[in-house]
Structure formats: structure tokens, C-alpha cells
Design a protein around this ligand. Structure first.
Ligand code: ATP
Ligand code: MG
Length: 156
């Protein structure tokens, strides 16, 4: 379906803001317009990325969710100031059941599936997902989606 991208992202952010008192989810949106995609699944990806940002930033309280549109692509990024990911593990986090083996101070629950599933969803919708991260400083997970594919008619 066609849906307003920023509005859908904002709904996810607001839902997740209710689940955390400590973290402040900051929205930094640029105009995106509507996209033709699977709204539910994109919401699932947003939820995965934001809940990771919350989980893996136990000592900081700010998470920034930004959106933008460039040509026929929309991009959303979720930036945290948490534990970060070692350089040599960055590509592996999208693998099934992969988890960065943690520090001694913290154990974080999880199965190692969230990013694998998210990446698959985004690929199926014709987009891509990537991460920038510095160990001990934080991570930024982003994905881009085409505004519409060939199946799509004009937005309503
Ligand atoms: P779940 O299946 O519940 O999502 P998970 O969070 O461990 O479990 P993924 O979401 O797939 O699994 O993430 C894979 C691994 O990547 C995590 O175990 C963690 O080591 C690392 N990771 C993911 N997001 C972040 C982040 N925002 N900051 C630091 N490390 C992260
Ligand atoms: Mg996860």
C-alpha cells in the first residue's frame, strides 16, 4: 500500500517511547512523502532497530531517528550513543543468530535474529540496510527503500 513514510515512522517511535522512560527518542525528519511498500513489515524493522538502540545503550539516553528523501529513495537512520560494534563484527551482525559476544559488565538478552529478519525484509522490499558504528561510542543503523516499484500506481 501507499503510506506516508514519516507518519509511519513517527507512529513506531511513539509506540516505543511508551516502553522506555530512560531513553528519549528524538525525531529529526525531512520531507519524505509517500512510499509504496509493506507498512507492517517496515514497522517491524523500525521496532527492531529502535529496540536494539535502547537495549545496546544502557548508559546514554538519547536516540535519534532521522528520515530523508533523495530522488526515488527514502532513508531512515536510528542513531544511538551506546556500546557500539567492533569494526570486524559490523558485517556479521546481519547474519542469522549472530551476536557480538559481550563485555563482562553487561549481558544483553536476545537471539540474534532481529537484524537478520530486518535485513531480509528490506531486501525483499527492494532496499538495503547498513550500519556505521564505533566501539564504545555508538551505532547508526540505516535503511533505504525505493519510493515505489513497478507494481505501484500513482499514490492516492
Ligand atoms: P534479537 O533476536 O532479540 O533481536 P539481538 O538483539 O541479539 O537479538 P540482532 O538484533 O540481530 O540480535 O543484533 C545482532 C547483534 O548485533 C546483537 O547481539 C548485538 O551484539 C549487535 N547489535 C545490534 N544492534 C546494536 C546496537 N544498536 N548497538 C550495538 N550492538 C548492536
Ligand atoms: Mg535485536
Amino acid at each position: 500500500v501507499w503510506f506516508d513514510f514519516n507518519q509511519a515512522v513517527e507512529e513506531c517511535v511513539q509506540d516505543l517511547q511508551h516502553t522506555t522512560n530512560k531513553h528519549i527518542l528524538v525525531m529529526d525528519f525531512k520531507e519524505t512523502g509517500k512510499v509504496y511498500s509493506d507498512k507492517e513489515r517496515i514497522g517491524q524493522v523500525m521496532t527492531n532497530l529502535i529496540s536494539n538502540a535502547v537495549k545496546y545503550s544502557p548508559h546514554s539516553n538519547r536516540i535519534i531517528i532521522s528520515t530523508e528523501r533523495e530522488g526515488n529513495m527514502v532513508t531512515v537512520c536510528v542513531e544511538d550513543f551506546g556500546i557500539g560494534i567492533p569494526e570486524d563484527k559490523k558485517d556479521k551482525v546481519f547474519e542469522q543468530f549472530y551476536r557480538v559476544s559481550g563485555s563482562k559488565q553487561h549481558t544483553f538478552p536476545g537471539l540474534g535474529l532481529g537484524l537478520y529478519i530486518s535485513n531480509e525484509i528490506i531486501r525483499r522490499e527492494g532496499g538495503r540496510m547498513w550500519v556505521n558504528s564505533t566501539e564504545g561510542k555508538g551505532s547508526t543503523f540505516c535503511f533505504s527503500l525505493p519510493v515505489a516499484d513497478s507494481k505501484a500506481n500513482k499514490p492516492k
